[in-house]
Every structure is written in structure tokens, then in C-alpha cells.
Design a protein around this ligand. Structure first.
Ligand SMILES: [Zn+2]
Ligand SMILES: [Zn+2]
Length: 346
């Protein structure tokens, strides 16, 4: 079968690889009907990430049809059309029972090499092996493949940012970064009733996309003045970092109000950050970090999607055959797309 893998720094290729087989009685094999390319994939294939050598098979966002299941899998059966989560979890440990699937000892993150734990081959492929299938997979329940792809990762991340921040109706939310995740944070904040959402993004095209959905948009230079104007000079109630990196955390500190909450959902590659603790203490700031948990949030998110209370399909602006994955990655890297999905069967 064909699968997308890292070819070298900043380059991917589509290669012929052995088809996956069931390895445990809790596994399933899924025939992928659509797979997303995520900002994480761009980072992992850039040559700047550890644990992702050439040959690593990429992709952690997928939707497809179950073709085979292990002997212990009961709730999922061949023929089911399912959405994946970006990582697996056992569903039974203390962390899983608390809804903190990322911290499960059985977690394996699809298509990320050994960057986050044991390797599990990626889903940008014709077939993917899914451990702990009953926990990792869920029926799409009539969602479009595009909506299900988003619920499996980027929208789970957007949603958890708002949830972790404890954002309440009527609050002012600033979002740093207008990539797919930033746009979905903004949409999630509007859905829970934010009075205003300010998306801070250098790209004019990405600012315009947000403005069309009722989001206020600003360049990084304009943002502090806009946030001050909206809040009588106080600062934003919630600031979400949807980019990652310590420079963005510093920007967040520049626009958050006293007793405000900063949540970072962007990957943090730096080992340390100089937090101004004297101010953080006096202003009683909260700084937290969150990783989307599609397994926990997908049923809540899916019910919003089904009723069109949350309508994120526009975020996906590229649909490309799997065979053209190298081009799709290059164009996404050049920001000619916001979000691309790969079709393995076209
Ligand atoms: Zn991702
Ligand atoms: Zn677990």
C-alpha cells in the first residue's frame, strides 16, 4: 500500500510500504478515506524535530472504514465508518477514566516517529493500524469526513483551549496565530458566547478568513491597542497561544488583564521561558498548557457540528490525492493553503 513518509529535511514522499496487520486483540485496521495534514506534520518533517528520521510515516488525522478487528474488539466492527483520534489510549486506566487520555501509559501518537513516545505508523496512507480501537475510534455518526477530521485533532485543540481557559460568555478572548488551530480556537470561543474574539495574525489572507466569521482581526502590531480599546484598557480575559514558542508567550503577557488566563496550545520546543513572576504574582495570572483530547471532547464537539452550532468546514481549503502529498506539504508550508486533506483513493 502507499503511505506518506519523511524523505529528508522539509521533504516528504509517497512510498510503497507493507500493509499493516492486527498485532493485538484490541487493534483494528482502518481503510483511510481522508487524512489531514497538520501543522505538527510540517514541524516533524522540517528536519528540526527529534525522533523523526527519514522513513518515518506521517499523519495523525484520519477518517475511514473499519476492515478488520481483533478478537477483543466489540463496539467497532468491519464496515463501520469511523473517525480517529490523533493518539491512542487504553480507556481503562486512572488517567483515561478521568478523561485525561494524553497521559495514558498506553498512549501512542500516530505518525510522529518517536517524538512523543513509542512509534505508531501514520495515517496518511491507504490503511492504518489502530491500537485500543474501542477507545481511539468512534463512529462518525453522519458527520462529513472533513468535520470528523477536524474533530479528531485541530478542533479538539481549539475546543480544549477555550475549556482549559475557563472562558465564559461575555468575555474578551484574544487568539495568537491564525493557522487552522487558531481559527478553530476563535470559532470555539464565539460558540461558547465570547463577547469578542480578536485573532492576531500577520497574514492578511488569514485575518480576512477570520473576519468573515465574525472575528475581529489584527496584526501583531495592532493587537495591543485593539485589545485595550475593547476592554477599557484592562486587557483580554483570555489569551490563547495557537502558535507555540516563547516569543508568543511573551506577546500573550502583553495583552492579558489582571487575573487573566493564558493558555498555550502551540508546541513548545524551548526548554525554558523567562516568566516575569513578580508581575504574574501581583496580577494573579494563570498560565496553562493544553493538548487537545479528541477522545474526550469529540462527542460534545460532534453534537455541535451536527446541529451546525459549530461550522468549521471552511477551514479545509485543499483536497489533494495522496499521490500528490509532496506538493500538498510544500504548498501548506508556503501558506498557500490553510488546511489540506489527502484522499488516498482518488
Ligand atoms: Zn495535529
Ligand atoms: Zn489509559
Amino acid at each position: 500500500m502507499r503511505a506518506v513518509r519523511v524523505a529528508g529535511p522539509g521533504v516528504v514522499e509517497v512510498a510503497e510500504v507493507p500493509a499493516p496487520k492486527l498485532e493485538a486483540p484490541t487493534d483494528a485496521i482502518v481503510r483511510v478515506t481522508l487524512a489531514g495534514i497538520c501543522g505538527t506534520d510540517l514541524h516533524l518533517s522540517s528536519g528540526h524535530a527529534d525522533g523523526v528520521p527519514p522513513g518515518t510515516r506521517l499523519g495523525h488525522e484520519f477518517v475511514g472504514d473499519v476492515v478488520d478487528v481483533g478478537s477483543h474488539v466489540r463496539r467497532i466492527a468491519p464496515g463501520d465508518h469511523v473517525m480517529g483520534a490523533d493518539f491512542t489510549a487504553c480507556g481503562a486506566c486512572r488517567f483515561c477514566e478521568a478523561g485525561d487520555h494524553w497521559h495514558c501509559k498506553e498512549r501512542a501518537f500516530f505518525g510522529t516517529g518517536t517524538a512523543y513516545g513509542p512509534e505508531l505508523h501514520g495515517a496518511q496512507a491507504e490503511l492504518v493500524r489502530v491500537p485500543h480501537a474501542e477507545t481511539t475510534l468512534a463512529p462518525t455518526g453522519g458527520l462529513s469526513d472533513e468535520a470528523a477530521i477536524l474533530a479528531g485533532d485541530n478542533l479538539a485543540t481549539g475546543w480544549i483551549a477555550v475549556e482549559r481557559a475557563g472562558a465564559r460568555p461575555g468575555e474578551i478572548v484574544a487568539v495568537l496565530g491564525g493557522g487552522a488551530v487558531g481559527q478553530l480556537v476563535a470559532l470555539s470561543a464565539l460558540t461558547i458566547g465570547a463577547a469578542a474574539v480578536v485573532l492576531v495574525e500577520p497574514s492578511v489572507a488569514r485575518r480576512e478568513l477570520a473576519e468573515r466569521r465574525g472575528v475581529l482581526a489584527a496584526t501583531p502590531e495592532e493587537a495591543p491597542a485593539l485589545v485595550r480599546a475593547l476592554t477599557d484598557g484592562d486587557g483580554a480575559d483570555v489569551v490563547v497561544d495557537a502558535v507555540g514558542g516563547t516569543r508568543v508567550l511573551a506577546s500573550a503577557l502583553g495583552i492579558v488583564r489582571k487575573r487573566g488566563r493564558i493558555v498555550s496550545v502551540g508546541a513548545q520546543p524551548d526548554a525554558a521561558f523567562a516568566l516575569p513572576v513578580a508581575r504574574a504574582f501581583v496580577d494573579e495570572l494563570t498560565l496553562s498548557f493544553a493538548i487537545g483530547d479528541a477522545i474526550r471532547t469529540r462527542s460534545q464537539v460532534a453534537s455541535l457540528l451536527r446541529r451546525h452550532a459549530l461550522d468549521p468546514g471552511w477551514v479545509i481549503d485543499g483536497r489533494v490525492p495522496l499521490s500528490e502529498a509532496a506538493r500538498a506539504y510544500a504548498e501548506l508550508r508556503a501558506q498557500r493553503f490553510l488546511k489540506v486533506v489527502l484522499d488516498p483513493h482518488r
